[in-house]
Design a binder for this molecule. Structure first.
Ligand code: G4F
Length: 370
């Protein structure tokens, strides 16, 4: 009988970390996740896994070499999935040094922790690289041969991560790989990324809980896939005979405006766009009577970036050919629909919870319950 494989996931509390944990546990892995000490609870996405046999959490930090060296010595993983990052592009303009520390030097710290523990030949490493490396794109669609032109502090930090992974592969013969993942979304996506911001707002507006949605560049183009499908690729990349880098994308491109139009439609609202650039507006053309003719989407300069990446479109041919992965498992339309469905239910449930809280406060005040 083969021995149980041990995986270590940094960034386990994120969207990808939570899906990957579920995926690896289902494959019979022992999964160890790295968490950071925080006074606020950010473990919502993995709460359902805590306490499960084969799922373990450890405190460590990508900015603390000692904690990583100690942890790797204890866990001795066969596979490391380095998903931890300051992953918000706009935030990287405000915190460029922290972004570099975690997203660039953090990768080096993991690699050196592997070497310090003499795990080079025992352990395979997956690095979460990103389509942001293509940045101010020099070719569409982008594949593994497309030149990089990073266009934000985030992308520049990630470029270091990409190259240091490649360097350790060649210098020390380590099994290090990058997945160059294009945007991948889900019901678990952070609420400040544009897709989730839109699906939540569409649900709230449809249920009368929000008046308007403010967005930045509506013309920006992205290749959006489903995060749950993409974690399978991370695993497949580490199961190959030799280490290599892969573009993971759907091969289909849409604009932010198209995403918004489809999301509002799924929430029962047809938008009509008028104006251009900063003056562009999304108006309710069809939907609930009280919303008809109202401006529901507006553009705000606050969500523009000093430099923005506007034309990402991936070519997943290599992943399809070598990994046998299907880039169209979940289509764009299905992705939008499942996110909106989830958020319509979440917003409705939040309402019930807040009504219950209000009632409880009143009952406590009146002494009906103690
Ligand atoms: O959803 P976004 O914030 O994602 P972005 O910048 O593409 O980065 C995400 O995907 C990368 C993979 O390509 C990852 F590496 C990265 O970690 C992250 O997961 O923005 C998408 C586009 C941008 O062009 C942005 O300018 O949407 C545009 N946008 C327009 N209005 C907005 C908004 N983005 C955000 N976050 N909020 C807006 O209101």
């Amino acid at each position: 009988m083969s021995e149980k494989k041990i995986a270590l996931i940094t960034g386990v509390t994120g969207q990808d970390g939570s899906y990957l944990s579920e995926f690896l546990l289902a494959k019979g892995y022992e999964v160890h996740g790295v968490i950071r000490r925080s006074s606020v609870d950010y473990r919502e996405r993995i709460a359902h896994l805590e306490g499960i046999k084969n799922f373990h959490l450890h405190y460590a930090d990508m900015t603390d070499s000692m904690s990583l060296v100690k942890l790797l010595g204890i866990v001795k993983p066969n596979e490391i999935y380095n998903l931890a990052a300051q992953s918000h592009v706009q935030v990287s303009f405000d915190s460029p040094e922290y972004t570099a520390d975690v997203d660039a030097v953090g990768v080096l710290r993991i690699l050196e922790a592997v070497r310090t523990n003499h795990l080079e030949s025992h352990c395979r490493i997956y690095q979460a690289s990103t389509s942001e490396l293509y940045g101010k794109v020099e070719q569409v669609p982008q594949n593994e041969e497309t030149p990089f032109h990073p266009y934000s502090p985030y992308a520049i930090a990630k470029l270091y991560g990409y190259w240091i992974i490649k360097e350790y592969r060649e210098a020390y013969n380590m099994f290090c790989c990058s997945g160059i993942l294009f945007n991948h979304e889900s019901e678990r996506r952070g609420e400040t990324f544009v897709t989730r911001k839109i699906t939540l707002a569409a649900a709230r507006i449809a249920q009368g809980k929000q008046e308007k949605l403010y967005l930045g560049n509506l013309s920006s183009l992205r290749d959006w896939g489903y995060a749950k499908d993409y974690v399978e690729c991370m695993w497949l990349i580490l199961q190959q005979d030799k280490p290599d880098d892969f573009v993971i994308a759907t091969g289909v491109q849409h604009s932010v405006k198209e995403f918004a139009t489809l999301a509002f439609k799924a929430a029962g609202i047809t938008l009509r766009f008028e104006g251009e650039g900063i003056n562009e507006k999304g108006i309710c053309a069809e939907g609930p009577a009280q919303l008809l003719g109202k401006t529901l989407v507006e553009v705000s300069e606050d969500f523009y970036r000093p430099t923005d990446v506007v034309n990402l479109w991936g070519d997943p041919s290599k992943a399809r050919r070598i990994l046998g992965w299907n880039p169209q498992k979940t289509t764009f339309e299905q992705l939008v629909s499942l996110m909106v469905k989830h958020d319509m239910e979440k917003v409705a449930a939040d309402h019930v919870t807040s009504v219950m809280r209000t009632n409880l406060a009143e009952y406590l005040e009146k002494g009906i319950v103690k």
